[in-house]
Ligand binder design. Structure first.
Ligand code: ATP
Ligand code: TPS
Ligand code: MG
Ligand code: MG
Ligand code: MG
Length: 332
């Protein structure tokens, strides 16, 4: 490892320039960055952390994948608000077990997705630690004032939908932890879903501009946890039909090989970075048409009813409250 100051120069050297980079008045390299916000747009901001042995190990993820996923998980929070990413700040605490080449690999992963999504690194912080590698990314984006998609907008009469498939990322993690090269080769889609998620920014932006005021949340902790987030914030009841949950063929096939119920991965696995939302029937019709035109996958998985922040599963006409609430860092 070079010294701290040389390392920062190396990490910053391959940064992407994006359209609008000229609005950066002071770039990374001074005490703080300064940028000119776009006129008549609000700033949307979020931060998410990834910790070695909690979110990844050297066995489950390559450095490139770690960087990619860190940015994807932050973009996903912006997608859930209907915003667009613009700038990022990255704080890293590096232990002696991580080499400079590995750190540069992480930045390559960030830069690759940053180029695709047109966001620019404008600063961060670099420290040493005796513990595990910790990466904290802060994202700043833009959103039309007063239009952000909220968890609290669900209304009785809405229907519940998700984008993409759920459970793939957790199935991919299961394969990676099993260290089975046979399964890794047989189910590349699942492994890819775990390592290289894409945030659903286009769908988020469309939902914001749809005029239907959908409720929205991104699936980081599993469908169960996110459904409760919307139900609680909106003071409603979400009723989920488990057989409607979109599980990919690969996920179903792998689950049956290991005799597991893939719905469990969808409910509690997390890290899918798909969007969970509620929308009026008229809005749903329009979303479905837009989805066909754009090649998006959207699936109705239930309904919103009057309630007090609960989530129920309906199986063969019988309802039960969903007990488990998805991934929890401090679960007992
Ligand atoms: N330590 C903290 N200090 C201040 N605010 C926090 C802290 N941790 C979380 N929050 C805020 O709490 C809210 C929920 O955060 P949470 O991390 O659960 O959501 P999320 O980022 O969508 O989920 P995930 O971290 O699983 O991707 C956010 O508004 C977040 O900014
Ligand atoms: C090695 C390894 N073990 C377990 C997991 C699973 N995992 C970790 S954090 C998280 C929820 C999302 O995190 P957050 O809520 O912090 O955004 C999940 C599902 C993993 N990715 N890697
Ligand atoms: Mg968070
Ligand atoms: Mg979120
Ligand atoms: Mg979480």
């Amino acid at each position: 490892m070079q010294d701290e100051f040389e390392l920062i120069q190396s990490l910053l050297s391959e940064r992407v320039d994006v359209e609008g980079s000229h609005t950066i008045e002071v770039d990374a390299g001074d005490d703080a960055a300064v940028f000119l916000p776009s006129p008549s747009l609000s700033i949307v901001t979020a931060c998410d952390t990834m910790v070695e042995n909690v979110h990844f190990t050297k066995e489950t993820m390559r450095p490139f994948d770690i960087g990619w996923k860190l940015l994807a998980s932050n973009l996903s929070d912006l997608a859930a608000m209907g915003g667009v990413g613009k700038y990022i700040l990255l704080s890293i605490a590096i232990p002696p077990t991580w080499s400079e080449t590995e750190m540069i690999g992480i930045y390559e992963g960030i830069n690759d997705l940053a180029r695709k999504e047109q966001v620019r690194l404008i600063g961060g912080d670099t420290v040493s630690t005796s513990g595990e590698l910790i990466l904290t990314l802060t994202i700043l984006g833009e959103i039309p004032p007063g239009k952000a998609l909220l968890r609290s907008s669900a209304m009785p009469g809405d229907l519940v939908f998700v984008t993409g498939h759920l459970g793939d990322a957790a199935a991919g993690l299961h394969i990676l932890l099993s260290q089975s090269e046979t399964y890794q080769a047989a189910f590349p889609v699942l492994v890819e879903a775990h390592k290289r998620p894409r945030a659903q920014l286009q769908i988020g932006e469309w939902l914001l501009h749809s005029g239907y005021r959908p409720a929205c949340d991104d699936v980081s902790d599993g469908l169960a946890r996110e459904a409760y987030e919307i139900a609680e914030a909106s003071h409603v009841k979400l009723v989920i039909q488990p057989e409607w949950i979109p599980i990919s063929t690969a996920c179903q096939t792998y689950a049956s090989r290991i005799q597991y119920n893939p719905i469990e991965w969808a409910l509690n696995g997390g890290e899918d970075y798909q969007l969970l939302g509620t929308i009026s029937p008229a809005g749903w019709k329009e979303l479905q048409q837009k989805a066909i035109a754009c090649g998006w996958k959207v699936t109705q998985i239930g309904y919103v009813e009057p309630g007090t922040g609960t989530v129920e599963m309906e199986v063969s006409g019988k309802r039960r409250e969903l007990q488990t609430k998805g991934y929890n860092h401090f679960a007992k």
